[in-house]
Design a protein around this ligand. Structure first.
Ligand SMILES: Cc1ncc(COP(=O)(O)O)c(C=O)c1O
Length: 404
């Protein structure tokens, strides 16, 4: 390694702060059940690559003057994801992003370039970052109502399209909403396009978490390129897991060709949103895919779904009206009491809380959370503990064959 300029030891008080942070993270990690971050991973074999100033600037498929990159490994990761998302190999492109948000931004960017007058339709259960992306991109948009299970309200979509028939629809479909794990049915969405004889439309699928669950199920809902998606975003740090946030932007190549520009300075095709990109996260994903393999990923998906089923059963046995959507690892329950929120890391929203069953979790962990949850329900005054709607979510009409 080249010598560092002015090497300096860390002062003791600074080292103590780092130690305290380390201990605090170690303690909190086991109680983080409300956010979708698998913690069962080990990338220690890759630590040596942190010695280098590596950078994946530019289009991974086209090479770069900056040869300190991992493009070759990134392309292998992308080709594997092309399989998972049933892409046409001749019309596929992608790159490793900073996370799900950038993947969604990419899909919406392509859609807007393709249809500058397009209107984006997305449900109220969509991740909060999407309204920000739409503001940044100055794209016209309409927020749709959701059904109680978190899935898009198709009647609202139909009515909104009826009034905007002169603008190409850009559908932002949730393939697993953040709070309830609901999947928007892109078959139904396409039927609505047919009903209005709309030929020019775009479907982006946000499969942040479920994108690494659905490829391993026998009867997944429609969400792939073969089902009609034009672009798909998946997070890498969620179901696969890792210390650095990352994700994938995947799209039909013909749309990407419209936005690509050549940049002489770095000798790359500028097809990505950011310039400099991590060269370490593609390596992490590559390592995970190689070491876990399809069999392991399927096992992870099945383990997580079984655990979610177990959590619903245990909650219900104790009189808590918990539920989950079909094929979802997200278990929804009334907002936990204050003491539970303090002890556990749970994501709350509009009267509900959820836990997300992931590969690193066990039945014992779920039991321990449910014990605390139920104890607090009997001992603490009810506050904010109602479901967001008085309607039983199980009565909601869902295209995913109901709730569990
Ligand atoms: C459905 C959905 N989309 C997008 C995102 C944003 O992903 P990221 O945090 O990887 O940017 C999330 C994050 O939880 C999500 O749940």
């Amino acid at each position: 390694m080249p010598e560092r300029t002015s090497p300096k030891q860390l002062a003791k008080k600074d080292r103590d702060r780092l130690d305290a942070l380390y201990e605090q993270l170690k303690k909190t990690t086991h109680r983080t059940i409300g956010y979708p971050c698998n913690q069962a991973w080990d990338y220690s074999e890759l630590f040596r690559f942190l010695e280098f100033s590596i950078n994946n600037v530019g289009d991974p498929f086209e090479g770069s003057n900056y040869r300190m990159n991992t493009h070759e490994f990134e392309c292998e990761v992308l080709n594997k994801f092309a399989e998972y998302t049933k892409a046409d190999p001749d019309d596929f492109w992608g790159y490793v992003t900073t996370g799900g948000t950038e993947g969604n931004m990419y899909g919406l960017y392509l859609a807007r370039e393709l249809y500058p007058q397009g209107v984006v339709y997305f449900s109220e259960d969509t991740h909060y970052s999407v309204t920000k992306i739409l503001r940044l991109q100055h794209t016209r948009n309409i927020m749709l109502k959701s059904q109680d299970n978190g899935e898009m309200d198709y009647d609202d979509l139909r009515e909104s399209i009826r009034f905007n028939r002169d603008s190409p629809p850009i559908i932002f479909a949730n393939i697993g909403t953040t709070m309830k794990g609901a999947v928007d049915n892109i078959d139904k969405i396409r039927e609505i396009m047919d009903e209005f004889v709309i030929r020019e439309y775009y479907i982006h699928c946000d499969a942040a978490l479920s994108g690494m669950i659905l490829p391993f199920l026998n009867n997944p809902p429609p969400w792939t390129f073969a089902d009609g998606a034009d672009s798909i975003a998946i997070s890498g740090h969620k179901m696969i897991g890792g210390p650095l946030p990352c994700g994938l932007a995947l799209a039909r190549k013909k749309y990407v060709d419209r936005v690509s520009r050549s940049v002489e300075y770095v000798g790359v095709l500028d097809t990505t949103i950011t310039g400099s990109r991590s060269a370490f996260t593609p390596l992490m994903l590559w390592y995970a895919l190689r070491t876990i393999g399809d069999e392991g990923l399927e096992k992870n998906a099945r383990h997580s779904l079984a655990l979610a089923r177990y959590a619903v059963e245990q909650f219900q046995k104790r009189g808590v009206p918990a539920w989950r959507n079909v094929n979802s690892v997200t278990v929804v329950f009334p907002h936990p009491a204050k003491s539970v929120m303090e002890k556990w890391v749970v994501a709350p929203n509009r009267g509900i809380g959820h836990l997300i069953a992931l590969p690193h979790m066990t039945e014992e962990l779920i039991d321990s959370f449910i014990d605390d949850y139920c104890l607090a329900r009997t001992e603490e005054p009810p506050e904010d503990r109602k479901m967001p709607s008085s309607k039983d979510p199980r009565r909601g009409e869902t295209s995913n064959a109901g709730l569990i």
